[in-house]
Ligand binder design. Structure first.
Ligand SMILES: Nc1nc2c(ncn2[C@@H]2O[C@H](COP(=O)(O)OP(=O)(O)OP(=O)(O)O)[C@@H](O)[C@H]2O)c(=O)[nH]1
Ligand SMILES: [Zn+2]
Length: 306
């Protein structure tokens, strides 16, 4: 049978068949994602084939269909293993807040570079609009301008008060969208206000804890009543930039692409080389200095947890 992975705990996978019926499945054999070592070989958003066991409720995943794309992050523990957080995505939303808690530009840029590297269109949703003072609104406008000028769509909402949620609904309709953000930015509030019955999720989770020891939920897919699907991810503390060569990093900054291969040295990495057009563009304000700082930070492999 063919099905879609809608939830994973690491050892159990919840699969929905094409008629909408759900089964709890395990993995048989080895599934490897080429080139990366992951803690979860099968992820939410994957299409799989599975066989039912005698009880007709549980099953075994036998085959993973090729993925359109996926997005991964480094595990927060010391093992530094990577985890696939979602597969077959049309777009990824990062929910951010300027205060309570603040999301740093460095964190936003890391998210955007990761999305670029995996070829997933990224969108920023600035939440908690109701908390902004006039001064805060000016800062918000500056932030939005930085990202809109590069081509990333930006939205401003108040999840708590329902402001501009119709724009988010239009954005989500008929798409598979990954939603992430720091813990506390209001992701659950946003989802619950968009999908009023998403609270059902918590019920599912407790049913699941009976099943085994490994109940850490990685991510969960939520069906949207107006069409489309959301992949809700647990609050992200760190987004590892996996698999990006230093020499290639600038390709994942859209505003740098126009200058690449035009620097004096064809192996220019835009740090301090003479005749570097990226550095010129930063000096002239054509590339935002905060974005360039993020580039340097990622180039140097600085950890950016905040
Ligand atoms: N003022 C204001 N508070 C909000 C808004 N959205 C969410 N909050 C509050 O922010 C806090 C965190 O919201 P959650 O929805 O739990 O945040 P989360 O991002 O899901 O956090 P995790 O569940 O830890 O991943 C709660 O106290 C919410 O009431 C908003 O638009 N305005
Ligand atoms: Zn250069």
């Amino acid at each position: 049978m063919r099905g879609l992975v809608i939830k994973s705990t690491g050892s159990w996978y919840q699969i929905q068949d094409e008629q909408g019926k759900q089964y709890d499945c395990r993995i048989k054999g080895k599934f490897r994602t080429k080139g990366i070592k992951t803690t979860n070989p099968v992820a939410v958003g994957d299409w799989v084939n599975f066989e039912l066991e005698a009880d007709q409720n549980t099953g075994v995943i036998t085959e993973l269909e090729p993925r359109k794309n996926y997005i991964i992050r480094k595990s927060v523990n010391l093992s530094k293993q990577t985890q696939i957080i979602g597969a077959n995505l049309d777009q990824a939303i990062l929910v951010v807040t300027l205060a309570s808690p603040p999301t740093s530009l460095g964190f936003i840029d890391r998210f955007l570079v990761t999305a670029e590297a995996y070829d997933i269109p990224a969108i920023l949703v600035f939440n908690k609009l109701d908390l902004f003072s006039d001064e805060g609104l000016e800062i918000l406008a500056d932030y939005k301008a930085i990202y809109q000028n590069i081509g990333y769509p930006c939205y401003e909402v108040s999840a708590a008060q329902g402001t501009n949620l119709n724009q988010i609904i239009a954005l989500l309709k008929d798409k598979v969208t990954l939603v992430s953000g720091h813990s506390g930015v209001g992701k659950s509030t946003l989802i619950n206000n968009i999908v009023p019955n998403a609270a059902l999720r918590t019920g599912h989770i407790s049913d699941w804890s009976d099943k085994g020891k490994h109940t850490t939920t990685f991510a969960e897919m939520i069906e949207l009543p107006f069409g489309g699907k959301l992949i809700d991810t647990p609050g992200i503390r760190e987004l590892g930039i996996v698999d990006i060569e230093k020499q290639e990093l600038s390709h994942f900054f859209p505003e740098m692409r126009a200058f690449l291969n035009k620097c004096r040295f064809n192996n220019c990495v835009h740090i301090n080389e003479p005749g570097c057009l990226v550095l010129d563009a930063v000096a002239h304000g054509d590339i935002e200095s905060s974005r360039y700082e993020s580039y340097i930070s990622m180039y140097n492999n600085d950890d950016n947890r905040s």
